[in-house]
Design a protein around this ligand. Structure first.
Ligand code: ZN
Length: 337
């Protein structure tokens, strides 16, 4: 005879009734029992640095480009609002097939790093390490025979990482999704006398439809083909954990999942599996969707931001990279924190 399922728990053993709403009566009480929170110090603001400033795409102010002086002013403004970490992307004046600008010590990123570290040394400065902003074809590595040559790309990524470390970056963030890129960057840093500089690995970076506004801002759209030959297939959560594990074994100090909201399951699984901080990148398309819906009055921006960043935290991210980091006040929207 099949067992009957137990009755719904509406009465505790000692009598009376179960009423979860008792803990939701006051804001202070809700805050008291909140299981997760978010403060500006857990956010990283991505910034675009170029030779000359450029206007942001309409409605997406965080995607504007600044020159070095403007970048330092922005870092100072962020600092005053409690955001103390930035991730720098460079937009060079010249591009070439190898992306040589990526390791030019006088390129916009190394100059910005030196300027920030000179004036605001307490800032945690992360430098993106990839070639797509610097190559004329817009791919993340050296192209030969119509595809990206993994092993020919590795030393170039190492060279770029070393250049940013020499400029004073605290963490480098290889994002090209080349196999063994973390090991190559670690070797280059150690050989260059930078054993103390850490690596934020874009371990699980999915080929995503949410990168569009970024590519406009960084001028890094591929001139041909797409990036599905090296970025991950969104159907594969198990493979994502394998990618993250390989990066951990190669020496990654933090592991990142990108994009964030469409891959919360991967963030949650990574949190359980790995013993190092998990980062998540709320990408430009995620930012743009909220901005666009808010501009039409379809969602309340502050609460939508709070809810989506909260979801990323709840999934298990310790660190969140978000364009909203540039737009939040000292109090996060809604006063979460
Ligand atoms: Zn890239």
């Amino acid at each position: 005879m099949p067992r009957r399922s137990p009755p719904l728990e509406t009465e505790p053993a000692g009598g009376g009734s179960v009423r979860p709403r008792r803990l939701r009566r006051l804001a202070s009480l809700r805050d008291l029992v909140a299981e997760t929170g978010l403060t500006p110090r857990q956010l990283v603001a991505p910034l675009f640095v170029g030779e000359r400033p450029s206007e942001a795409p309409e409605g997406l102010p965080a995607l504007g480009r600044r020159d070095v002086a403007g970048t330092v002013r922005e870092v100072e403004r962020l600092r005053d609002r409690g955001v103390r970490a930035v991730l720098l992307f460079g937009v060079p004046r010249h591009k070439d097939p190898l992306g040589r600008g990526a390791w030019d010590p006088n390129g916009p990123v190394p100059r910005a790093i030196r300027a920030i570290k000179g004036q605001l040394p307490e800032t945690t400065v992360l430098a993106d390490v990839c070639l797509c902003e610097y190559t004329d074809h817009g791919h993340c590595g050296v192209v030969s025979g119509g595809s990206v040559d993994n092993d020919a790309t590795l030393p170039l990524l190492g060279r770029a990482a070393r250049t940013y470390a020499e400029a004073g970056a605290d963490l480098v963030a290889p994002s090209a999704m080349m196999d063994h890129q973390v090991a190559a960057v670690r070797r280059a840093l150690d050989a260059g006398g930078h054993p103390g500089i850490g690596i934020l690995a874009y371990g699980a970076k999915f080929a995503s439809s949410f990168y569009g506004p970024f590519r406009e801002a960084a001028q890094s759209s591929p001139a041909f083909g797409d990036r599905r030959g090296y970025q991950m297939d969104g159907r594969n959560p198990t493979e994502a954990l394998r990618e993250l594990r390989l990066d951990a074994e190669e020496g990654a100090d933090l592991l990142m999942v990108k994009p964030a909201l469409p891959y919360l399951d991967v963030i949650a699984a990574a949190r359980v599996q790995f013993d190092r901080p998990i980062a998540a990148y709320q990408v430009s398309g995620e930012y743009a969707m909220i901005k666009a819906a808010a501009a039409r009055g379809w969602v309340d921006e502050a609460s939508a931001v709070r809810e989506s960043l909260g979801a990323i935290r709840r999934a298990g991210a310790t660190v969140i990279l978000s364009y909203f980091a540039s737009e939040l006040g000292p109090e996060l929207p809604g006063g979460v924190g």
